[in-house]
Design a protein around this ligand. Structure first.
Ligand code: C5P
Length: 217
């Protein structure tokens, strides 16, 4: 039926904010809840896709989805890379930390004296950019969560990461992260932006996936 518009399509989704460890009990992270990625995984599975969700959100179990739990950007990168060849559509909904501590302390860091503390951070791999640069048959989509200059920043990201679609959403001040609804703009190379009005994340996920399948067909 037309409701099974992704029958047999292999979809890989990432979700949540990565956690970059400082020591056994502390990490750096961000406000991403994993809800948009989880909605995409659910919507793709409902449309007949074979779905893998790589997520940092620990409570997630989805009946029709293979769920792989990860913590760091490096772990997420390894899981994505291992599956990329056998994937048709990748949706990078995760908020991947740009930086991680250079070293992870093996025991809890101790406070020393009255001084402040400077963290030494190194850059994480840009998973989406690597996929964009190496894709063959895959459709690669990313997200751009921006507090300002949303469309300019998202257009720049679309080009820089060689993505087939960038899904732009405004965050901050009660928008975007950790909410059940969202409003997004779909950007594609050489196409006019498509605005999707505010709606529950599951509904937006269906609209995004239908658009991707139209473009691929
Ligand atoms: O550059 P920025 O982090 O804003 O780009 C967001 C998009 O890039 C998201 O799709 C995110 O999943 C992806 N990303 C990534 N690896 C990174 C940083 C971001 O895949 N290190």
């Amino acid at each position: 039926t037309s409701d099974q518009y992704l029958r047999g399509v292999k979809v890989l989704v990432t979700a949540g904010g990565t956690r970059e460890r400082l020591d056994p009990v502390r990490y750096l992270t961000n406000d991403s809840s994993g809800k948009m990625g989880t909605a995409l995984a659910n919507a793709a599975a409902a449309a007949g896709a074979k779905v893998t969700l790589i997520t940092t959100a620990h409570q997630v179990t989805l009946p029709a989805v293979e769920v792989e739990k990860v913590e760091t950007a490096e772990q997420m990168n390894a899981e994505v890379q291992a599956r990329f060849d056998q994937t048709d559509i990748v949706l990078m909904a995760a908020a991947v930390a740009d930086y991680r501590p250079r070293e992870v302390a093996s025991s809890k860091l101790k406070k020393t004296g009255d001084q402040g503390l400077t963290l030494d951070l190194v850059q994480n791999p840009d998973i989406l950019a690597a996929l964009g640069a190496s894709k063959t048959h895959q459709f690669v989509a990313g997200f751009a969560a921006e507090t300002n200059d949303l469309l300019q920043n998202a257009q720049a990201k679309l080009a820089r990461k060689q993505a087939d679609m960038l899904i732009a959403n405004r965050v901050g001040k009660g928008l975007g992260f950790n909410r059940d609804d969202n409003a997004v703009t779909l950007l594609q190379p050489g196409q006019a932006p498509i605005e999707l009005a505010q709606a529950p994340k599951l509904e937006l996920a269906q609209q995004i996936l239908r658009r991707i399948q139209e473009v691929r067909a």
